[in-house]
Design a protein around this ligand. Structure first.
Ligand code: G3P
Ligand code: CA
Length: 332
């Protein structure tokens, strides 16, 4: 059954921007996500050597910037252990913001997103301040609120490095008028680490506890676990397979009880991550084309909207927007 738009304001969260159409975590990607119908700009935050917050999915920046091709930074290549994983490469914490600003973004998924790869070298690495300014400008221009949805990445690791993320994030939001019960534009704050959300509670903003599929999260998907989550967060951001698993023959299975149980606990549900290419879709939704060609993404969105989710993290805000328009329009 289709639902009334006012009853079901499913939020479209532009995941790393319109990252299906532009290299992720660039101002161009964020802007396009909003223009494509996204309600929120989603960005991952890591800290530089001088404690500035920049938008990257991980501390290691070698796969999403041109740093490895820059001879002046060759001596910064190193190994670090982050949350138990040894990683080799170039790390944001070893660069000042001024140095980061000399780098340019490159596409992470070179094989699947060839059009994005053609834009390698075109865009700077944005700061949190720049994204906030962009959200304000787009809100004015588009005549609808464009919110922000920052994620603290590896917050405990950052503490171990003397680069705690939360105080800077809170101060930046406060300075921009983005704290309290009526922020200038809507804001959700997200993290995979509960301790980080607890530190962010003083902002009075809605907090989103992200959940992966590893054993650590299983407890939190139960009614008891969700009640615990509700003591420090307002929403969950589960891996989408926790809402609708993929079947052994590559189809979409039946929804789990997670949405109903989360709603019962008073939590919103924003699953991640929706991507339109065959490479990412369940086998039965793929088209006959290449891994980077689009498959039957509409069926996936519809299944999740039917399951009652309150928002979706998507690399393709335009696709989510079009399916939402169709889904929310009562038939007949
Ligand atoms: O923040 C939602 C989703 O982005 C979490 O996964 O790894 O893409 O940041 P990740
Ligand atoms: Ca994220």
């Amino acid at each position: 059954m289709r639902r009334n738009k006012k009853e079901l304001p499913i939020k479209i969260i532009s995941h790393r921007g319109a990252s299906g159409h532009r290299p992720e975590h660039t101002l161009a990607s964020y802007e396009l996500g909003a223009r494509h119908g996204g309600d929120f700009i989603e960005m991952d935050l890591v800290a530089t050597k001088d404690g500035k917050l920049i938008c990257r999915h991980e501390q290691e920046i070698g796969h999403t910037t041109d740093v490895a091709e820059r001879p002046e930074f060759a001596d910064r290549r190193t190994r670090r252990t982050i949350d138990g994983h040894e990683v080799e490469g170039f790390f944001a914490q070893d660069f000042t913001l001024a140095e980061i600003k000399t780098l340019r973004a490159v596409e992470r998924l070179q094989d699947v997103r060839g059009m994005n790869a053609m834009m390698d070298g075109s865009y700077e690495i944005p700061t949190l301040d720049e994204v906030i300014e962009l959200a304000f400008a787009l809100t004015g221009e588009l005549g609808r609120p464009i919110g922000i949805y920052p994620e603290t990445k590896h917050p405990a690791y950052h503490v171990s490095q003397g680069l705690e993320l939360e105080p800077t994030l809170i101060a930046t939001l406060r300075e921009a008028g983005l704290t309290g019960p009526e922020p200038r534009v809507p804001v959700f704050l997200q993290s995979f680490e509960a301790e980080s959300l607890r530190k962010l509670a003083e902002t009075e903003l809605p907090l989103v506890y992200l959940m992966g599929t590893e054993e650590h999260w299983l407890h939190y998907t139960t009614p008891d676990g969700l009640a615990e989550v509700a003591s420090f967060a307002h929403a969950i951001g589960p891996d989408k397979s926790l809402v609708i698993p993929t079947t052994e023959d590559g189809g979409l299975g039946e929804p789990t009880d997670l949405v109903a149980n989360a709603h019962e606990a008073g939590l919103l549900v924003h699953p991640y991550t929706f991507r339109s290419e065959n490479h990412f879709l369940p086998e039965q939704l793929r088209s006959d084309g290449e891994p980077g060609d689009y498959g039957g993404f509409a069926a996936e969105y519809e299944a999740f909207f039917e399951a009652g989710v309150d928002g979706v993290f998507t690399d393709f805000s335009r696709h989510a927007f079009l399916v939402r328009e169709h889904f929310l329009t009562p038939e007949g």
